[in-house]
Design a protein. Structure first.
Length: 469
């Protein structure tokens, strides 16, 4: 059996300059105003999940939280914006760059097992940033603690961040209501489909009729506050680096070694299907980012290796004496693969969710940030902000953090600007956009490097064990 070469990631990118060394003294500071047009930011509140909280690279930590899109908008209008800050390295499991070997074009990533501490638990009022990593749509109106959030009730996985952020003072909505907001953003529902996708279709997603009912209740509740509101919809979860990175690499590996595809496990059963090189390279079959560490196993008997290296334990009927991935008897595990039917389910469900959000936003007079269309455009062509180009490529694109799901600080600034564009258009405001080039790189690199050939990421085992969404 031919030996499969190690993972290589095609990642040709433009050369970027140091962002921290540029002279920006000629920039004019924005004229701050809490009121612009009919938008009043005297009391500004954001509701959502990890995307709203400022979560990056698998953890919630202060040096990333301060670049949450809500806080960046608040700075543009000069309003107070309290956040549930957690000192670095945050909630535990933060993914960090351990080393970077330019000669070998190799980047080694590990997770930091240390944790920080909450910095302002005694803050007298509810936080302005009420985004909670792991929150589902259900949670906004109903969850008040780690024990009654959706993950605890339906998956027996209490989420301690509900306690840290809500502090026993009621649900996200109840606390937003207590602040009497004059402006509010709502970005929720991502996790209702993302959990299904990130587990290779092995977890349930929120049925579309239930999603519609829950979002209708929430929209009624939000409208009752009398605030100006902008909501965001759900991006195509299958187009982010968590899903688009590994498949093309495996296709390249297999092609160079003379093989035509891999076998993967179907829907938790012992039956298998084969993904061709074109399937993998073209995104018809998606391999999740944690599958990166499996790629070096292709063609080898796996045996006890799974249990010794944080890999899912496969059903006993799998023959680990057979070459991994190249034999239907030892296929890629189901939780690491989104097959064509699962990709279709994710896209169809997302479209239904977004139809609900769009209809209710129009009915309630809310502004709508079409995140789905925006990120589809970014995935196709990238985006240039203040002379800096970003793409949806893993690490080298600069838009997504090391977990392949959550935006970098610069990515949060780009999202903030898209919210601002909607606010300006919907409410006749004139809020200045953020100069994204002034936002520091949050990938723990001194600059964005240009690789003339390939970038080779290497995750330490367990890097994804603590990941929330």
């Amino acid at each position: 059996m031919k030996k499969i070469i190690s993972i290589i990631f095609a990642a040709a990118i433009l050369i970027f300059v140091y962002t921290g060394c540029q002279d920006r003294t000629d920039l004019t500071a924005p004229q701050l105003s809490k009121k612009s047009g009919s938008a009043d930011f005297t009391t500004f509140v954001t509701i959502g999940n990890s995307l709203t909280s400022g979560y990056q690279s698998g953890a919630l930590y202060q040096s990333a939280q301060v670049y949450a899109y809500g806080n960046q908008i608040a700075q543009q209008v000069g309003t107070n914006f309290a956040e549930p800050l957690i000192s670095d390295p945050g909630t535990g499991g933060r993914m960090e760059v351990k080393s970077l070997d330019l000669a070998k074009a190799q980047i080694n990533i590990y997770y930091n097992p240390n944790t920080g501490s909450p910095l302002n638990l005694t803050y007298a009022l509810p936080y302005n940033n009420l985004g909670i990593p792991g929150a589902l749509l259900y949670d906004v109106l109903n969850a008040t603690s780690s024990t009654n959030c959706a993950s605890a009730l339906f998956a027996n996985k209490p989420n301690k961040l509900f306690d840290i952020i809500l502090r026993g003072h009621g649900s996200q909505f109840a606390q937003a209501k207590a602040l009497h907001p004059t402006f509010l953003t709502l970005w929720i529902g991502n996790n209702d489909i993302l959990g299904y996708a990130t587990t290779g279709g092995t977890s349930a997603y929120t049925p579309t009729d239930q999603f519609a009912g829950l979002y209708s209740q929430l929209a009624d509740s939000i409208a009752s506050l009398g605030a100006k509101v902008v909501v965001a919809n759900i991006p195509d979860v299958t187009s982010i680096p968590f899903f688009t990175t590994v498949g093309p690499v495996i296709a390249l590996q297999l092609s160079q070694a003379g093989f035509g595809g891999i076998y993967y496990q179907n829907h938790g059963s012992i039956t298998t299907s084969q993904a061709t090189l074109l399937d993998l390279a073209g995104g018809k079959v998606l391999i999740t980012l944690p599958g990166m560490n499996y790629a070096s196993l292709i063609g080898h008997p796996t045996g006890q290796f799974y249990r010794d290296n944080h890999y899912p334990i496969l059903p006993p009927t799998v023959d680990t004496t057979q070459p991994f991935g190249l034999s239907p008897a030892n296929p890629w595990p189901d939780p690491l693969v989104l097959d064509p039917s699962e990709i279709t389910a994710a896209k169809t469900t997302t479209a239904s969710y977004n139809g609900t959000i769009s209809a209710l936003a129009a009915a309630k007079g809310f502004g709508l940030f079409d995140v789905n269309a925006f990120f589809n455009n970014v995935a196709r062509a990238g985006i240039t902000e203040n002379g800096v180009h970003f793409s949806a490529s893993y690490v080298t694109g600069g838009l997504f953090s090391l977990d392949g799901v959550h935006p970098t600080s610069e990515g949060q600034a780009i999202i903030a600007n898209e919210f601002i564009k909607v606010i300006n258009s919907k409410f006749g405001a004139s809020i200045p956009l953020i100069d994204v080039s002034t936002v520091p790189n949050s990938l723990l690199l001194t600059k964005k490097f240009a690789f003339s050939d390939y970038l080779i990421p290497n995750f330490a085992p367990g890097s994804f064990d603590h990941l929330l969404f």
